[in-house]
Design a protein around this ligand. Structure first.
Ligand code: GDL
Length: 464
C-alpha cells in the first residue's frame, strides 16, 4: 500500500458509519508499524475505522484484565494519536468472556479499570467482545446474572456507564456470542439476540458476521431480519478474507458477493482480513472501492485496479516487474473462500479430461494446463528474487506449494504422452511417499473424507 503522511487533525464524527478493518484474527498480531501504515493508507480511501482485537494479543483476551506495561501503553498511545490525526477512529477491543476465576464484581471492576486505562491513553471507542467463548458461562455468573447473556449485558453496561461519565462522546461496540446466522438458528427467536436488542443502549453498535462465520454472500433480507431483532442496523464484521482457519490458504482475490445496497442499511462494515499483513493489498483496495463505489460497483474492475496498485511492489532484484496478467495468475489461484479466480477455475475444469483422455480434447486440455503451469512455475523464481523480502516471505510457502502441484501435473502429462506410459507406473523422484503430502495432519485428514456436499465419511480406501 502506498501511504500518505499527514499531520492534519480531524475528529471522526461520533455516529458516522464505520468502514474499515478489524484486526480480529487468530495468529501473530500485526506490528505497530503495519497498523500505522494501514491507518495512514485508509485516510483518503473512504475508510474511517480500525478495530484493535487481535485474538492472540494476550492482553486483549487471555489476560484481558492485565495492565499494560509502560512501553506497551506508550505504543498504544502513539497508535491512538496517529489515528486521531488521520481522522481514523481507533476502536479498542477487549474480550473478557473466557473469565472463570474472577467473581462477578471483580469482572466488572477489572473491566472498567482496564478500559479506563486505555481511555486515558486517548482512546474514545471501545468494543466488548464475547465471540468464540463457551456458550454457557461459569456457575457463579449464571447465579449472579441469571443467564450468560445477562452477564455480557451487565458487564458491558457497567463499562458503558463508567466510561460515559468521564467521556460522554465515547462510542461502544458489542460482539455477541451468536454472531452469525448459523450460530443463532432462528434469528428472530434467538433469546441472546433478543436480550441484547432490548437491553443494550441503542447507541451501541452490534457486530454480526452474516449468515455464517464466513458468509458466502450478504444481502438485504438477512440484514433487515437481524436489524429487527437487534433493534438497530448491525455493524458487519466481515470474515470474507480471513484465512486463520486454514493455514494453507491466502485470500488475494477481490471483495465480492456483498449487495452494495447493504451499505445503506448497516452501521458499517469492518473486514477481518488475512493474518499476513502483506497479503492484504487486494482485499483492502477492493473493499475500499466497494465502500466508495456507486450502485454499479464492479468487482472485476475493482480487482483489476487493485492488481495495478499492488504490482509495483513485485519488483525483482534485477528491476523487472510482472505484468498484471502474470500477477493475476497467482491471485486467481490464491483467491477467495468459496471460489477460485477465472484462470484457476478453468484449470480445475480442464483437469479431469487432461488426466483421463488421450483424445484431442484431452491433449488440448493438457496444453492449456501446461501453459498455466509454466506461468505459475515462474512465480517460484520471481518470489525468491523479490526486492521486498517481507512480501516474498509472506507468499513464499504458498507459491512453493503451487509449484509442487503444477510440477507434478507436468510430469504426469509427460508420462501419459510417452510411449512407456502403459508399461510402468508413474513415479516422480520429487514427490515421494512420506515426504510429499506427508506428516501427521495429512494422515489424519485422509481418515475422514469430506464430500463436496459437506458430509463427512470414513475413508473409502485404506489409509497408510
Ligand atoms: C471467528 C472469529 C474471528 C476469526 C474468524 C475467522 C468472529 C466474530 N470471531 O469466528 O476471530 O478470525 O472467525 O476464523 O468472527
Amino acid at each position: 500500500m502506498q501511504t500518505q503522511k499527514t499531520d492534519e487533525t480531524a475528529s471522526p464524527s461520533q455516529h458516522a458509519p464505520l468502514w474499515g478493518v478489524v484486526e480480529g484474527f487468530y495468529g501473530r498480531p500485526w506490528t505497530a508499524g503495519q497498523r500505522e501504515s494501514l491507518c495512514a493508507w485508509m485516510k483518503g480511501q473512504g475508510l474511517n475505522a480500525y478495530l484493535y482485537a487481535p485474538k492472540d494479543d494476550l492482553k486483549h483476551r487471555a489476560l484481558w484484565h492485565a495492565a499494560y506495561t509502560r512501553d506497551e501503553a506508550r505504543a498504544l498511545k502513539r497508535l491512538i494519536a496517529h489515528c486521531d490525526r488521520l481522522g481514523v477512529r481507533f476502536i479498542y477491543g477487549i474480550a473478557p468472556g473466557l473469565s472463570t476465576r474472577w467473581t462477578p464484581k471483580q469482572v466488572e471492576s477489572l473491566l472498567l479499570r482496564k478500559v479506563e486505562s486505555v481511555r486515558r491513553l486517548g482512546c474514545r471507542s471501545f468494543a466488548l467482545m464475547f465471540d468464540d467463548i463457551p456458550s454457557k458461562g461459569a456457575a457463579q455468573y449464571l447465579r449472579r446474572y441469571g443467564s450468560w447473556v445477562n452477564a455480557h449485558v451487565a458487564w458491558s453496561r457497567h463499562v458503558i456507564e463508567g466510561i460515559s461519565k468521564r467521556q460522554p462522546d465515547a462510542r461502544f461496540l458489542f460482539c455477541p456470542t451468536p454472531y452469525c446466522g448459523s450460530f443463532a438458528g432462528d434469528v428472530a427467536q434467538n433469546t441472546y439476540l433478543r436480550t441484547i436488542g432490548e437491553d443494550l443502549p441503542n447507541a451501541v453498535d452490534i457486530l454480526w458476521t452474516g449468515s455464517d462465520i464466513i458468509a458466502p454472500s450478504i444481502g438485504l433480507a438477512e440484514i433487515r431480519a437481524v436489524a429487527r431483532v437487534l433493534r438497530r442496523p448491525p455493524t458487519i464484521w466481515d470474515n470474507w478474507f480471513a484465512n486463520d482457519y486454514d493455514l494453507r490458504r491466502l485470500h488475494l482475490g477481490p471483495y465480492a458477493k456483498r449487495d452494495p445496497r447493504v451499505r445503506r442499511e448497516v452501521r458499517g462494515i469492518l473486514i477481518n482480513p488475512n493474518t499476513e499483513f502483506r497479503a492484504n493489498d487486494v482485499p483492502f483496495h477492493t473493499f475500499a472501492s466497494f465502500v466508495r463505489g456507486g450502485g454499479g460497483w464492479s468487482e472485476e474492475s475493482a480487482y483489476r485496479d487493485a492488481l495495478d496498485q499492488w504490482r509495483p511492489q513485485f519488483r525483482d532484484c534485477r528491476g523487472a516487474l510482472p505484468t498484471r496478467k502474470e500477477l493475476r495468475t497467482l491471485t486467481d489461484c490464491l483467491h477467495l473462500p468459496f471460489a477460485s479466480g477465472k484462470l484457476a477455475a478453468k484449470l480445475l475444469r480442464d483437469l479431469p479430461s487432461a488426466l483421463a483422455s488421450t483424445t484431442s480434447a484431452g491433449h488440448a486440455a493438457r496444453a492449456r494446463i501446461r501453459k498455466t503451469a509454466r506461468a505459475l512455475l515462474q512465480w517460484q523464481t520471481r518470489i525468491t528474487e523479490l526486492r521486498d523480502r517481507e512480501l516474498s516471505y509472506t507468499l513464499y510457502r504458498h507459491v512453493w506449494e503451487l509449484k509442487e502441484e503444477m510440477d507434478l501435473f507436468q510430469r504426469y502429462f509427460d508420462w501419459m504422452e510417452s510411449a512407456t506410459a502403459r508399461r510402468s507406473a508413474f513415479r516422480s523422484p520429487f514427490h515421494q511417499v512420506g515426504t510429499y503430502r506427508g506428516g501427521f495432519v495429512a494422515s489424519l485428514q485422509r481418515h475422514l473424507e469430506l464430500a463436496a456436499a459437506g458430509g463427512f465419511r470414513p475413508a473409502t480406501r485404506p489409509v497408510s
